[in-house]
Design a protein around this ligand. Structure first.
Ligand SMILES: NC(=O)c1ccc[n+]([C@@H]2O[C@H](COP(=O)([O-])OP(=O)(O)OC[C@H]3O[C@@H](n4cnc5c(N)ncnc54)[C@H](O)[C@@H]3O)[C@@H](O)[C@H]2O)c1
Ligand SMILES: [Zn+2]
Length: 384
């Protein structure tokens, strides 16, 4: 039955196109930012993307400051140290520059600037936040879509779990999607981050709540992504494919304001327990979860397959699901992702440690079919 009330919200202003980075100083000025703190990770510093950012920001009369201490799968300390740098350097806004890790920290730094001493593990998503500093998000990977999201994924030190800090106030003031900034991203990371974006589109489209706006965006994201991702992996300089993947990533994150599913619940402990890249973790689990879901909800993936361009209108529900799942699994193989958790260092002992964490993760609550803790364990074992 259709719910009576829903909130549909797609508000982030987004500049798209090769070379749009040059607009940054002017845009910062109009946001009232004269001295931004750039939040990034050390891996970005030697890239041409960072050189381009530096050249553009060096024109700012008030200067700029740098916090390059973000870790992959960032934790509370990254946010605390970023906020300390912001205060010491007398900044008045944030430029979050990098992959999801840097964007998540950049967005969250403003919470601690606004309220020093805030314990992130006690963050309350219902609270109303006002007066957060402006933040421009500039992704250099095309995966998480954190730039258009309302959350930051941060590991809480005490529990060693990934917490999704959600609050509309965390949204960026402006997003710059410039494909020239992603051309240096190596094929492996292009593949893994792109798999994350596709997983967002597929999980959100098939999650059961009523959100036709997100559903439409997710399907178009799948349509663009399955074509652009292999091109971006095989030729990193392909600006059109890179641009499409940036848009797919943003579309995936807009779509998953609807919901995610069990793949993300399995993926989060793979990062916290095994240190695996988030996108790779999703890629290794998605086909297994799709098979599980399709076995309980036949026909679930037909429209996903149609968006992939498969000729499956007239085949049976089971055939449509199988063709779609095989297409996605083959796509991941084609972009160089070696299937199976074991080749990536995961063992049965890890599965035992990860299973309760995956069950405690909220994403599977909106999986197309319910999952038990035992199901999640079985899915990990199948994915091994
Ligand atoms: N907030 C959200 O909505 C959301 C959604 C999904 C995932 N996440 C989180 O995002 C994080 C993953 O982000 P990610 O997949 O973008 O990876 P990442 O940010 O951890 O970056 C991975 C690596 O890529 C390098 N890199 C980034 N851009 C580069 C470039 N242009 N050239 C060369 N190297 C480059 C970085 O230095 C880093 O070493 C995880 O912590 C995950 O939980 C957040
Ligand atoms: Zn994800």
């Amino acid at each position: 039955m259709m719910p009576l009330r829903m909130t549909f919200s797609f508000p982030t202003t987004t500049l798209f196109g090769a070379g749009t980075l040059v607009e940054l100083p002017k845009r910062l000025q109009s946001l009232g930012v004269s001295r931004p703190l750039v939040v990034t990770d050390p891996g970005l510093l030697p890239t041409t993307a960072f050189q381009k950012l530096k050249m553009v920001l060096d024109t700012m009369p008030g200067g700029w400051a740098l916090f390059a201490g973000v870790h992959p799968n960032p934790g509370e300390m990254d946010v605390i140290e970023g906020a300390a740098k912001y205060r010491i350097e007398n900044c008045d806004g944030v430029v979050a520059f990098g992959g999801g890790s840097a964007l998540d920290v950049g967005k969250a730094v403003r919470l601690l600037v606004n309220r020093p001493g805030l314990i992130l593990s006690e963050f309350d998503w219902r609270e109303t936040w006002t007066g957060l500093a402006p933040c421009v998000c500039i992704p250099t990977t095309a995966g998480t879509g954190s730039e258009v999201g309302r959350s930051s994924v941060i590991i809480i030190e005490k529990s060693r779990r990934k917490a999704v800090l959600f609050n509309p106030a965390l949204m960026a003031s402006l997003v710059v999607l410039d494909p020239e900034l992603t051309v240096d991203l190596p094929p492996k990371l292009t593949a893994a981050t792109g798999a994350d974006a596709l997983t967002h589109c597929i999980e959100s489209f098939t999650s059961p709540s009523f959100h036709p706006l997100c559903d439409g965006i997710a399907l178009e994201g799948i349509h663009l992504g399955v074509r652009a991702l292999p091109l971006a992996v095989s030729n990193g300089q392909d600006l059109e494919a890179r641009g499409h993947m940036l848009v797919v990533a943003a579309m995936g994150a807009v779509a998953f304001q609807k919901d995610l599913g069990a793949t993300h619940s399995l993926a989060h402990p793979l990062s916290t327990v095994c240190g695996m890249h988030h996108g790779l973790a999703n890629a290794l689990c998605l086909p297994v979860v799709m098979r599980f879901n399709a076995s309980r909800k036949p026909g679930l993936y037909r429209r996903v397959g149609l968006a992939c361009g498969l000729d499956i209108v007239t085949v049976s529900e089971t055939q449509a699901d199988n063709a779609t799942i095989e297409f996605i699994a083959e796509l991941f193989r084609k972009i160089g992702i070696v299937p199976g958790l074991r080749p990536h260092g995961v063992s049965e002992a890890h599965v035992t440690e990860m299973t309760p964490q995956a069950f405690a993760d909220g994403c599977h609550a909106t999986n197309p079919v319910p999952v038990t803790e035992e199901d999640l364990r079985a899915l990990y074992l199948q994915a091994l």
